[in-house]
Design a protein around this ligand. Sequence first.
Ligand code: BMA
Length: 358
Amino acid sequence: MKKQAERTDSGNGMAAIALEAKRDGVSYDKQSASPASIPWQQRPADSEEIVWRHLDNPVIGRNFVPGAQGIYNSAVIPFGDGFAGVFRYEKKCRYPRLHSGFSEDGLHWHIEPQPIKFAGDPEVVGKDDYAYDPRVTKIDDTYYITWCGGHEGPTISLASTQDFQTFTRLENAFLPFNRNGVLFPRKMGGKYMMLSRPSDDGHTPFGDIYLSQSPDMCHWGKHRLVMRRGGDHVGQWWQRTKIGAGPIPIETNDGWLLLYHGVIDTCNGFVYSMGAAILDFDEPWRVLYRTNQHILTPETDYEVTGHVPNVIFPCATLCDRQMDRLVIYYGAADTSSCVAYAHLSELVAFTKENSEVF
Ligand code: BMA
């Protein structure tokens, strides 16, 4: 608490309250400013859930446009007068690529029919390889995209854009095999910070979350373990097989709120649920709180049925701090894109009150 008071008093713009601002009467995050209102639906009257689903899910369904088999596990961010996105897009070949998209309201999307073409060092851009599970964040004036890309095996690819029209590939962050590369939305101590999940070349029956630092978005080091999979010894199974960071971490007065996926291996395959953790504000490899239960698990038809049944895979959020509203974008069953809602303050309180750090 002392550290928190110091931060708030310092007036250095770090405290959540200082992130709030108003433009044209609409609240927005300074770090990802957009004048557009974020999507919102109230929690249903008969629900006591901390996270509740958009009633018209999926917002991007199966066969969204002719020839598209699935658009899912995708990232969105405020941009211009509305929102931009980078989408995992699979045609009938089922080979995943990244497509950009735009929306005025965060729910109705125009997705470019052609994949993003990256400029950059030919050694990095290389051959036209697979690309999936993107995340997007804005640091200073630049949007950074991370994703799992093929580079003689899956690892964390990186690109930047200013306008979502032209995209420049940067060096891959890590060696194969790695997945779920998630940048923090600002530098800390002069360093970029990225979460990732060292993996294997297949469907990875293990996985813990690590944090790496970089002075230049090219050289990554100071690797620290953040969270391990497991939970058997503290009476939980939902995250026992593997875990992976989800959306870009969110600054709160209690630390960085991290939504993540936790997986259990059942006799019928993996089940992907969503949990939450709060990481130390200054040393984000330290876990302060971690939900001792999932906060969203596959239940609806579009989550339990699809190309891969029983998958909830969160990749992005939009936040209106003034209204205390959080929108969570998640992929459902490796087939469609969905939205869920929470009150940020409730989610933080719930994570603190239902926590088991191990
Ligand atoms: C993971 C990734 C995700 C996918 C999930 C469930 O390993 O490949 O893209 O959503 O499996 O199939």
